[in-house]
Each structure stands twice: as structure tokens, then as C-alpha cells.
Ligand binder design. Sequence first.
Ligand code: NAD
Length: 350
Amino acid sequence: MKNILITGGAGFIGSHVVRRFVKNYQASHIFNLDALTYAGNLENIKDIENESNYTFLKGDITDAEYINEIFEKYQFDGVLHLAAESHVDRSITDPLAFVKTNVIGTMNLLNAAKTLWKNDFEGKRFYHISTDEVYGSLGSEGLFTETTPYDPNSPYSASKAASDHFVRAYGETYGLPYVITNCSNNYGPYHFPEKLIPLFINNIINNKPLPVYGDGKYTRDWLFVEDHAAAIDLVFHKGNNHDTYNIGGFNEWQNIDLVKLLCSIMDKKLGRAEGTSVQLISYVKDRPGHDLRYAIDASKINKELGWKPSVTFEEGLERTIDWFLNNQEWLDNITSGEYQSYYNNQYSTS
Ligand code: NAD
């Protein structure tokens, strides 16, 4: 493909995908479209900003006119759509923002692709990046597969589910060539410190309380972000048209165990006595509608495309923690200003 559009490339996962595509596909031109919301940060992709096959476009996917204009101007052959409002807690306080970006924004991209590509779909692909949260909650047993019925519980997962359905509907109704992936929780460098792992790394560094929701028994599957980017690359190039793949780390953790592990690694890294950071754990009022457990069966992508995670959780966590410790300035820039008022508001009930 000549011209590839990646949306949300100044965010956490998007920045890793943009970097990978700019480096690996020099014959393609990579356009990174991002509105630079609170979650977008050009520092995340500073190392590739001067590459000749890369262009940054500051723009909002909810602006249909602008989206149509850039599709016409740059004649994209491929789209990897990651731009989204992505934080469950924020979706509880402002659900409409999630409908606007995640549903209407996705619709604008679908319409622009449909208009540009007309019925000539040869060599074209619309790739929608989604989450395992669309499947709702599991009990203590079982795994989400690609055929698990959608059952979203939070405004975030409902908006992602709606966008997944629209992508599929454009494939069935208009023949738009699409692929969708649903991935579990990512972690790694450039992760915005409102999400569990970077939030707790930052709080441990600063000796601040570690707010654990409810009884801490919530269970998530965790995947190192570079392994997600590798899976996205593979699915974009080799995945079946009109198909869905689940992506996961085969790596389930109860929140409280994960937090204790983080505390123990951080004590060593910071030269603190073992058992120091664990004392910062503070149980806070539960998130409403909190899903008990997510777990992914990633055997389809493994069998059909040969993907599996390349790093263990221990390696990935070590690399993540080292990155945050070596990039204190990045963290400090983000956690000053607006972040402080969000944080104080979010955890004021603790
Ligand atoms: P993020 O919040 O870190 O980044 C989102 C990016 O989208 C930001 O750069 C932001 O500026 C941009 N953006 C937001 N609204 C926009 C708009 N209206 N127009 C243009 N740009 C806009 O998110 P992330 O964690 O990197 O997630 C990326 C995608 O992957 C999302 O679609 C998310 O649903 C999905 N996903 C995330 C995870 C995870 O663990 N983080 C897991 C599975 C799937």
C-alpha cells in the first residue's frame, strides 16, 4: 500500500504502531491523524517525526468535512483506526464524548473510505482496533472467543461495541474490506498514567497511595504493547478480509496480585526495603458496573497467522518500569496541570 492512515498515533498504542510502520514500510507513506486530546502527546513519537515517509495531521475524526477532505487529498489505500476515547472511568462521567469520538468518528472514517474507494476495493483495507471489553464480563471460568456474543457493560465498551458493529455492517452492506481485532489490556512505555500500571508506577515513585478498586479481585489479561503492535502489523497485512481476531497475552492477573508484584519490583529498583511500597495500597470505592474478569482465547490468531507474545510478563514489566524510571520528565510533564484536577476528582472518595 502506498498511503496508509493511522488514527490516534499520538496515543499509547497508536504511537507504537506508527513507529513500527514508519520503520518497517519505507515504501509506504504513513499519515498519523490525531486530535491531540489529553491522551495524545507528540513526545510519544518524537524519534520518527522527521522521517521522510511520515506526516502528522492534527485533526478530529468527529469532523466529517475534514475527514472527507484528507481522504480525497491523500488517497489512502489503508486505514488503521485506533483514535478513541479509551478510559472507562472517564466514560462513566462523560459518556457522550465516547459516542462522539468512538461511534460518530468511526462512522466518518467508514463513510470517507466508502466514498473514496467506491466499489474498487482491490488492495484496500479498513482495520478497526477494538477491545475485549465488548464481550462483557466472565465468571471465574472460560475465555472470550471471536464468537462470544457482545455484552458491553460500560459506556466505553458500549461505544466500542457500536463502532465494531458499524464496521462489520459496512463490510456486509457495502462490501467495504475490513478486519477487526479485539485485544486485552496493554501495558508498556508511553502508557498514560491514568491506567493501572503506569498510575501505580508513578504513585510508588512519589510515595502516594495506590487506589485499588473494590476488593482487588478483578482479573485482567495483560499484553506488552509492542506485541500488540506486532499483531496489528500481521493482521493488517495477512488477516482474512471481513474477519475478526482476538489478541491476548495468555497472562491473567488479579489486580491485587499485580499491584503487589509491582510494589516488590519497584522496591528493588528504588533501593527501598522489601515491603515498603505495598503499604501504600489503599482500597477505594468500586467503579460502578465493574466487570469481574476478562480473559482472551487468542488461539485463532496463533493458529492462522502464527502470532504469539514475544516477551514474558516479567520481561515486559521490567522493560516498562525501566522506561518510566528513565523518562521521569515525560511523566512529570503529563502529571502536572489538568491531570492533577482529574486525579483529585477521581480518587476523592478514597
Ligand atoms: P489512548 O487514549 O492512549 O490514545 C487515543 C488517541 O486518540 C490519543 O492520541 C488521542 O489524542 C486520539 N484521539 C482521541 N479522540 C480523537 C478524535 N476525536 N480525533 C482524533 N484523535 C483522537 O488510547 P490507547 O490505549 O492507545 O488505545 C488505542 C485504541 O486501542 C483504542 O481504540 C482502544 O479502544 C483500543 N484498545 C486499547 C487497549 C488498551 O489496553 N489500552 C486494549 C484494547 C484495545
